[in-house]
Design a protein around this ligand. Structure first.
Ligand code: 1BN
Ligand code: ZN
Length: 456
């Protein structure tokens, strides 16, 4: 093994996908609120939180590796089959060649035929063909959007609002059950409810057993038009991982993990508000749903039962909820066209790899949108050789909030920066280490993606 392969492997090593037990549903309190008038955007204040019994900050989670290539990029120059440790569950990653100087030459990259289910966790694929009564019409066609429309909708993205109004109040300690998470929940809910599009905002509140005893969790589920048969889901987690204060008295605020994704989703909802009002008025088959999930992080150490509390609960609940209401055969899980998960966003020069073959078409839209916006001169600090979305490189699945949905057969687009940011799970995951132009660029790319997918 070449000298620095090990550090690369460590960096690329996610948790293996294990078998999940269901969490116990104690009480589902669904608070339904529908926003009316746009309220004043206000900042939440910071709070001191009583920590749970100290957890190991390493928590058994892989330490962020140091194997990033120059400028935070990893060099993908061969196939890697990574078998982390002598564990029971092993996972293999198949990564393709990235040819060309500076990684910019996609056209001559080698395609790898990898096995997409190397970890033995084949998701249920109930419907390959399109059955409108049952299924997910994966033949969904994106709308082609004219450049004038692209320019217009992108001009509505307000980065100052994203940063000052949406992001900054979230940069507090917000582990499950803390005072901070309550403030952040109110912050997210309040902004969603203030939109003209009158989203239906529900809290999916439940109790689950954790290494610190029973804790209450709340997912925030915002649906533009709950009566629509199909949903495009955009998801992130709003809890932060618990770490004790460090020796300088600093608390962990998880800027990339995942305050930035949350603030990007709020800005997308806000900047597209008027378009979403029009879309909702058309009473189409398809709507947008935003999920802000609680309890993604392990409280102590990542295990099947100490992680993904919110997503496990919500996926289970959705799979038991009939939808449309008057049907006996389909559920809310079936209504999800695609689950787009945002995680670990906010540092410069992120690299996104395609993790799932069945959504490659949509990943490739992102590749194309990035290129288009670049050519239109609409991206900042985005030289030709920098491409965030790499359409020729496949990567095996990484453990995250999409897994409970994946296991129920939902098509997934996992937008997670690989390698993970250098600051991942450290006290340095703060606003100071974010790269504002990249956040704005990603927001623009996702905005065009929503325009195309939803036909705005
Ligand atoms: C992502 C961000 N994750 C936690 N914070 C999930 C994860 C945990 C992925 C451990 C890989 C390893
Ligand atoms: Zn994390």
């Amino acid at each position: 093994m070449e000298q620095n392969t090990f550090s690369r492997i460590r960096l690329w090593c996610p948790r293996p996908l294990g078998t999940y037990s269901q969490n116990k549903q104690c009480c589902i309190s669904v608070k339904k609120t529908t926003g009316d008038a746009r309220s004043k955007e206000s900042e939440a204040s910071c709070s001191e939180n009583l920590p749970p019994a100290p957890a190991n900050p390493g928590g058994g989670d892989a330490a962020p590796g140091d194997g990033q290539g120059e400028e935070g990029r990893v060099m993908l120059d061969t196939w890697y089959v990574i078998k982390p440790g002598n564990t029971k569950e092993k996972i293999a990653f198949f990564v393709a060649h990235q040819c060309g100087v500076g990684g910019s030459s996609r056209s001559n990259a080698v395609k790898v035929k990898g096995n997409w289910s190397t970890d033995g966790t084949k998701p249920k694929r109930r419907r390959k063909s399109h059955d409108p009564a049952k299924g997910r019409p994966f033949e969904h066609k994106p709308k082609s959007v004219m450049s004038s429309q692209v320019r217009h909708l992108i001009s509505l993205i307000d980065f100052q609002r994203l940063w000052n109004i949406f992001l900054v109040p979230m940069l507090i300690e917000r582990y499950p059950g803390s005072e901070g998470i309550k403030l952040v929940r109110q912050h997210i809910q309040g902004h969603l409810e203030s939109l003209l599009a009158q989203w239906t905002v529900e809290l999916d509140t439940f109790e689950d057993s954790t290494p610190h005893g029973m804790l209450v969790f709340s997912n925030i589920v915002a649906t533009l038009d709950p009566s629509a048969r199909r949903r495009l889901v955009l998801a992130c987690h709003y809890d932060s991982k618990y770490f004790p204060r460090d020796d300088q008295g600093r608390v962990y605020v998880g800027a990339t993990d995942s305050a930035v994704p949350c603030s990007m989703m709020l800005e997308l909802a806000r900047s597209l508000d008027k378009e979403l009002v029009k879309h909702k008025g058309k009473k189409l088959d398809l709507t947008l749903q935003m999920l802000f999930l609680d309890g993604e992080e392990a409280l102590v150490s990542w295990t099947p039962t100490d992680s993904l509390y919110g997503s496990r609960h919500l996926a289970e609940r959705m799979s038991r909820t009939k939808h449309p209401v008057n049907t006996a055969s389909t559920t809310l899980i079936d209504s999800v066209d695609m689950f787009v998960l945002l995680d670990l966003l906010g540092v410069a020069k992120p690299v996104f790899l395609n993790h799932f073959k069945d959504t490659a078409q949509w990943f490739n839209r992102l590749v194309g949108i990035e290129k288009r916006l670049h050519n239109l001169g609409l991206l900042q600090l985005h030289p030709l050789e920098v491409t965030y979305f790499n359409g020729n490189t496949y990567y095996g699945p990484i453990e995250d909030d999409h897994v409970p949905f994946l296991r129920k057969g939902v098509p997934i687009l996992h937008l997670i920066s690989t390698p993970f940011p250098r600051v991942w799970h450290t006290m340095d995951d703060t606003a100071e280490n974010l790269h504002p132009p990249t956040i704005e660029n990603l927001c623009k790319i996702l905005s065009v993606f929503l325009m195309e997918y939803l036909g705005l």
